[in-house]
Design a protein around this ligand. Structure first.
Ligand SMILES: CC(C)(COP(=O)(O)OP(=O)(O)OC[C@H]1O[C@@H](n2cnc3c(N)ncnc32)[C@H](O)[C@@H]1OP(=O)(O)O)[C@@H](O)C(=O)NCCC(=O)NCCS
Length: 370
């Protein structure tokens, strides 16, 4: 059979409606979150209005029909003392009639050249789909960090009641989760907190100017961390086309000393999922993280959320605090690639192999889909 005549090219104005239709088809609804506006508004927010620049996008076309797409969102990362612009690969879709023909790989090669020409430093993408994890494993260096999703389930019996599984399987999962929870709590050193002292926790919808001082104070502590400046935070968390986020700010004498950013996914109203999208505190203040997690869990509980997800790298101090609050490593396979466009610069990031995981931060905020 002759190879179909598919043209791979960069995005052009006017492609967006077809791209969104394709994403909705492939992901059976896109984004997989409740949003107040249309999917097209969400796409425009995500891929056109980022303060660091528009997404780098490829499409595959069969005659005039878009049958594939791939996006790289520019984000900034502090690596050592450098701040670099990297591409976060996302919203990859190939129509099922055209898979396994190398279309995704061709789109990726095209965009790598575009990003190289735009002087971007690297890609920094998380893969969660097994075939793409294996593909990346064969080709790209990984961030030397084991990034995991930690899950807290308030009522496991209710959570493991899926009609898609047999009652016996549901019971096995339920018992498995409970045993893992007990085992992990026992095997990790328990964390004891100081009294909160004069710390106050406040709910808010946005950060005030104290955020900039907070960020300056903490960013030097990290060797690898997503840049959080006001322009990025406003775009990521305050634009209603993105979805609704809740911020809990921890303050001492009016000074911001930590925060958590929360989101509830109401896409399936019968199964609300909670996310701790971002969680940071000034260095060596585990007590602040402890209070923020406690308050975040209370918020989710008050809103009828039974399961809460948080993302962090294993060995980071947040891991043991999450576990002490009943979070369990979900063991979902994830891989973060850190792939430099100029391989001769690889030595600039090799030092990350030797830094402790406390100096590396990777959370849902690094991504675009929560
Ligand atoms: C993931 C997806 C984009 C891959 O597109 P594709 O055009 O079929 O991929 P390619 O043909 O370029 O193959 C890419 C790699 O995946 C491997 N691969 C693709 N489909 C595979 C399959 N069904 N089983 C095993 N390996 C597979 C290929 O062998 C290749 O790896 P290699 O180059 O190391 O040999 C496509 O399957 C898809 O749209 N899936 C649904 C949406 C999705 O999951 N997107 C990713 C998350 S955003």
């Amino acid at each position: 059979m002759a190879e179909p005549d598919i043209q791979i090219r960069e995005y052009r104005d006017g492609d967006e409606a077809q791209i969104v239709n394709l994403l909705e088809l492939i992901f059976e609804g896109w984004p997989d979150f409740d949003i107040s506006g249309s999917s097209l508004d969400h796409w425009m927010w995500k891929h056109k209005d980022n303060p660091y620049g528009k997404s780098i996008i490829a499409t595959g076309r069969m005659k005039e029909e878009i049958i594939s797409c791939l996006h790289y969102i520019p984000i900034r990362i502090k690596i050592g003392s450098k701040v670099v612009t990297t591409g976060n690969g996302t919203d990859a879709a190939v129509h099922k009639d055209y898979r396994r023909m190398g279309i995704y790989s061709k789109m990726r090669s095209l965009l790598y050249n575009v990003m190289l020409n735009e002087n971007m430093y690297s890609t920094c993408s998380l893969d969660s789909v097994p075939i793409l994890i294996q593909n990346a494993e064969r080709r790209f260096p990984r961030l030397p960090s084991d990034v995991r999703i930690f899950k807290y389930i308030k009522n496991p019996s209710r959570y493991f009641q899926s009609k898609d599984r047999s009652p016996l399987k549901n019971l096995t999962y339920n018992i498995g989760y409970r045993s893992l929870n007990i085992f992990q709590r026992l095997s990790k050193r328990q964390y004891s907190t100081k009294e909160p002292g004069n710390m106050k926790l406040e709910f808010s919808r946005k950060f005030d100017s104290s955020f900039t001082d907070f960020w300056k104070e903490i960013s030097d502590h990290y060797e690898f961390i997503l840049i959080r400046d006001m322009s990025f935070m406003n775009w990521r968390l305050q634009d209603e086309r993105a979805g609704k986020y809740i911020i809990i700010q921890a303050k001492e004498n009016d000074k911001l000393v930590g925060y958590s950013v929360l989101r509830i996914n109401r896409f399936e109203p019968s199964k609300l999922d909670g996310y701790i999208v971002d969680l940071l505190a000034i260095p060596h203040r585990d007590d602040i993280l402890h209070e923020l997690i406690l308050k975040s869990k209370m918020f989710f509980d008050n809103n009828g959320v039974n399961s809460v997800n948080a993302m962090c790298n294993k060995g980071n101090f947040k891991e043991k605090i999450l576990i002490s609050h009943g979070f369990v490593d979900s063991r979902t396979e994830l891989r973060v690639s850190l792939n430099l466009f100029e391989t001769k610069k690889q030595h600039e990031v090799d030092f990350l192999n030797d830094v402790t995981q406390e100096k590396i931060d990777y959370q849902y905020l690094n991504l675009d889909w929560v």
